[in-house]
Design a protein. Structure first.
Length: 391
């Protein structure tokens, strides 16, 4: 058995031995559209993973990870999803905050924050978007003012679409720290506890019934002087580096859950006879083809030496998967036929309905379709930059 296969077996056996008993209720839960499902049990699951050293396995060993190779991380993600591993409550801490702290944090900050992420005891939210600053991220208005007596930063403003803020302990906030500054200048990257006076979290109800994201209001809330990442003014640079970490290894694990959804669609179509429709058969085959093509692209990008050509191809990935997945939602509804319109206690139908509703957001978060196409045109094809006002 190759080393990688032995590793796969280790993950598979661990999952089979632990995603059981009370945790069996978590199988296939917490994915598309139900990021806030069963929160307490899923937090407990994070601690179970931590006890097996399966949180943050891609972090370097010196920071408490396993320092897994890219191939091993991919294998881990795939086996985790194949076993029905639930959506990760700790993914913002593990995938975004941790690597950013490792890259930009002081030794004290690393010592203070990395263990809580690793042990599944401290959860993080991402405070970037504001009502008028989503794609136009440089238009951030949340203010941070220095308190000369304490050195703390006093923060006022509003963040929006903040995933899992109501279930998190900390939030990283990009705010404007220089009065009169515009665009990417004068921004600060702050680490703030959510449980403090001056922070108000309001859930936003989603079309699928859940409320996984929130508006977060800051009214003279505080960030301690020690909890600035980098220097005041470095906010843009750090925020962009963090977004780079967002498009990582987990995309291949995500494909395993896409595969499960496609398998479910095929299963339902065989049961209810929609597989006899030539149009449905064509669309199923088309969906399968798209998924295989995405898989090979992702494998190539992850395993390549990052040649210029591969970097260009990597730019297309978000655009491809989000449109593919949105179309899969439509296919699921057409395969279900009239049943798609009925709320029922059938977990398979519910999963497909939720997937359809949530997939509408896939082409918005993580950079909208239009923004992705701008990036491909400018960075991939060297076309002129679009006018960007004062940026
Ligand atoms: C499910 C979900 C979870 C999210 N979680 C978080 C989170 O945890 N933390 C967080 O900070 N944010 C989060 N977001 C917010 C997300 O990052 C923003 O919704 C996204 O960046 C788009 O910004 P916007 O909603 O302000 O839309 P806008 O930027 O106002 O866009 C509106 C429309 O205008 C188009 N447009 C805008 N600018 C251009 C341009 N220059 N060229 C062409 N077209 C353009 C857009 O493509 C879009 O079609 C989440 C969003 C969703 C849907």
């Amino acid at each position: 058995m190759s080393e990688l296969n032995a590793f796969r077996t280790e993950v598979r056996e661990w999952m089979a031995g632990h995603l059981t008993g009370k945790f069996a209720a978590l199988k296939y839960r917490g994915g598309s559209g139900e990021g806030d499902a069963l929160p307490e049990l899923r937090k407990e699951w994070e601690r179970e993973l931590a006890a097996g050293r399966w949180t943050c396995p891609g972090w370097p060993a010196e920071h408490g990870g396993r320092g897994l190779s890219v191939a091993e991380q991919v294998a881990f993600q795939e086996e985790y999803s194949r076993a029905g591993g639930p959506g990760r409550m700790g993914h913002i801490g593990e995938g975004l905050m941790g690597p950013t702290l490792i890259a930009f944090g002081t030794e004290e900050q690393k010592k203070r924050f990395l263990p809580g992420i690793r042990s599944g005891t401290e959860f993080w939210a991402q405070g970037y978007s504001e009502p008028s600053a989503g794609s136009d991220f440089g238009n951030i208005k949340t203010r941070a003012k220095l308190d000369p007596e304490t050195g703390d930063w006093i923060v006022s403003g509003q963040k929006v679409w903040t995933s899992l803020a109501h279930l998190s302990d900390w939030i990283f906030v990009v705010a404007r720290c220089e009065e009169g500054s515009v665009g990417r200048n004068g921004l600060i990257f702050l680490l703030m506890p959510l449980d403090q006076p001056g922070v108000d979290i309001h859930p936003i109800k989603q079309i699928g019934g859940g409320a996984e994201f929130n508006s977060v209001f800051f009214d003279d809330a505080r960030a301690k002087a020690d909890d600035v990442l980098g220097q005041p003014g470095d906010g843009w640079k750090i925020a962009m580096a963090l977004l780079g970490f967002e498009r990582g290894i987990s995309t291949l694990g995500q494909q395993m859950s896409f595969q499960q959804e496609l398998d479910l669609i095929v299963e339902v179509s065989k049961e209810n006879g929609s597989d006899r429709s030539p149009a449905i058969r064509q669309r199923v085959a088309y969906a399968w083809t798209g998924l295989r093509a995405m898989r090979y692209l992702a494998m190539r990008v992850l395993s390549d030496d990052q040649s210029a050509e591969t970097r260009r191809e990597a730019l297309t990935y978000k655009y491809q998967w989000s449109n593919w997945h949105r179309d899969l939602g439509r296919l699921a509804m057409d395969v279900l036929k009239m049943d798609a319109n009925i709320v029922a206690d059938d977990p398979r139908r519910e999963r497909l309905q939720q997937m359809f509703l949530f997939a509408r957001a896939d082409t918005i978060y993580g950079g909208t379709n239009e923004i992705q196409l701008n990036i491909i045109a400018e960075q991939g094809l060297g076309m002129p930059r679009e006018p960007r006002g004062k940026l």
